[in-house]
Write a protein that binds this ligand. Sequence first.
Ligand SMILES: [Fe+2]
Length: 185
Amino acid sequence: MLSALWSVDEMLAPIERAIRTDRVTALAAALARLDEAGAFDDPALFASPLPHRYARRPIACDPLGRFVVLAMSWAPAQSSPLHDHAGLWGAEIVVAGTMREKTFRLIERDGRDRYRFSPERERVAAKGEVGIVIPPLEYHEFGNAGDTPARTVHVYAGDLRRCRSYVAGEDGAWRARVAELPADA
Ligand SMILES: [Fe+2]
């Protein structure tokens, strides 16, 4: 059953309460409860994946800049590059399909702006599972692990408009580039 009765304000109230606690576990629990109640079932919340990348659509930006809620949709095999979250904490829930997350630990950044990461862990998350981001543990790759479209909802404790993504070089070091995050219609 679609969540036609859920307004964005109804969805935001428990998210805002969780953000105010300043606890990522409270945010993760709030997202799990919302998903279970069908708050993220409305397909209109999500943009369609583009041919060349996943889609990202802001659901809400707190006017006080305390948090942002983002809807993302992923075609099979689509994935993000390795990226950070601009130093913000947050939580990400799978609301349809299955996703793979590979987390990395930043080992060093040298004077020539080269980064070294060590792979940390890899997990596959199904509907209702929540991942958390707590800087400095904020580096990951995130992508569709299945052969059907996937949808995720992300909440970050700030106004996340840009982050850094990282490209692996042949020397084993990674280079950062600032990624302006799109808002897809
Ligand atoms: Fe992420």
